[in-house]
Design a protein around this ligand. Structure first.
Ligand code: ZN
Ligand code: ZN
Length: 384
């Protein structure tokens, strides 16, 4: 992974934000910037005094002495005797008199208060939002390969497990089989709790597998992903138990058409809200607009939900409100235009309460000219 490149890009972002020092506290951001995969530590970044490249120090505790030495790239390692946050703040105090950036999206009120107390007004903090996350939205080739490997692993597991689904099996049994097979094939873990929602429960867009048995007739939504080399995958397929009636077929076809329209609209320079409207339009036309209750997709990478978010465009009133909010100290830097190297999901769905739901989700790479669908799994309606 190109840690130096990432650190240099962070330096540029920090200069744009007018901070010469920054405390990185969100662990996936720390992993992205220096390679540390453990679960505790603080990364201090200093780029003042006309430096050509930033100076980094990673503060962690004694549990991670060996691991930090093995993993951390481009940062001095400090095994802190005091709390990592206090150590990092003290180290950065050379930036006294200037603003020190902190990750406003990832700090508790108590941590923020402790920081203020520790520096006793010697310098001020600037609350930054999604600075590292914005860099992470554009994937390097090596990251794309890691994600592709995760996607392929999960797709293979879907193909195998779908053959074993029978009426009467509890949803949790199907989830267990998926997760067991993923781990057996080398997954480090699941990207999130596996969703298996059968029959009327398929109308729950976020139906975590329950003890409920799969009925003899109705939809089953399977939504899961694996983590491989730190990177997540995410896929959803909906299958039908027994012969689907006309309405079920119509609903499945509308969601599939919507998903294909969403993918079709993905190319560099397109606003993320345009992808959402391309998919949403089809479901509205099919009379299912009000049953599509979530956004069309999200970025995926070291975390399951990353930038960009493919949600509905804001109304003029909302935009006005956003401008007003923009005056606060937390500046939003959310990318709202697709760029080559982004990896996103396209996952429209329709959920009819008491009846059932359908969702189809692929992962898609934004290329220089359009996009490439990474998920190889078939999308015609599988009837079991
Ligand atoms: Zn999903
Ligand atoms: Zn998703």
């Amino acid at each position: 992974m190109d840690y130096l490149g990432r650190q240099l890009r962070l330096m540029q972002s920090m200069q744009q934000q007018r901070v010469s020092a920054m405390l990185v506290t969100h662990m996936p951001n720390i992993r992205y910037l220096c390679g540390f995969t453990g679960s505790a530590g603080v990364l201090a970044v200093f780029c003042g005094n006309n430096r050509r490249k930033p100076l980094l120090a990673f503060f962690t505790d004694g549990r991670y002495t060996i691991q930090a030495k093995e993993e951390v790239s481009g940062a001095r390692i400090v095994i802190a005797k005091q709390a990592a946050m206090a150590g990092a703040t003290e180290w950065l105090s050379r930036a006294a008199g200037q603003a020190m950036g902190i990750e406003a999206d990832h700090m508790t009120i108590a941590q923020r208060a402790a920081l203020s107390k520790a520096v006793a007004g010697k310098f001020r903090f600037k609350e930054l939002s999604q600075v590292v996350e914005r860099l992470r939205a554009i994937k390097e080739l090596e990251e794309i390969h890691s994600i592709q490997a995760a996607v392929r692993l999960a797709s293979g597991v879907f193909d195998a497990v779908v053959q074993d689904i029978r009426p009467g099996m509890p949803e949790s049994g199907i989830a267990a089989e998926i997760e067991y097979m993923c781990r057996r094939l080398g997954a480090e873990g699941m990207s999130f709790d596996t969703l298996v929602a059968a029959g009327a429960r398929s109308a729950l867009p976020h139906g975590v597998a329950s003890q409920n048995p799969v009925p003899a007739n109705g939809f089953v939504i399977l939504d899961f992903g694996v983590i491989l080399a730190g990177y997540c995958s995410d896929m959803t397929r909906t299958v039908h138990m027994g012969r689907p009636d006309k309405n079920a077929v119509k609903m499945y076809e509308a969601v599939l058409e919507s998903q294909l329209a969403g993918i079709d609209s993905v190319k560099p320079g397109v606003e993320t809200s345009k992808v959402d409207s391309a998919a949403r339009k089809i479901l509205v036309k099919a009379g299912l607009g009000r049953y599509f209750t979530h956004s069309t997709g999200h970025g995926v990478g070291l975390e399951i939900h990353e930038l960009p978010s493919l949600r509905k465009g804001s109304s003029p009133a909302q935009r006005k409100q956003k401008r007003t909010l923009g005056r606060s100290s937390v500046k939003s830097t959310v990318p709202d235009v697709l760029e080559p190297g982004m990896i996103i999901t396209i996952e429209p769905g329709a959920y009819v309460p008491g009846c059932g739901g359908v969702r189809i989700e692929d992962m898609v790479l934004v290329t220089d000219t359009g996009c490439e669908v990474l998920t190889p799994t078939r999308k015609d309606l599988i009837v079991i």
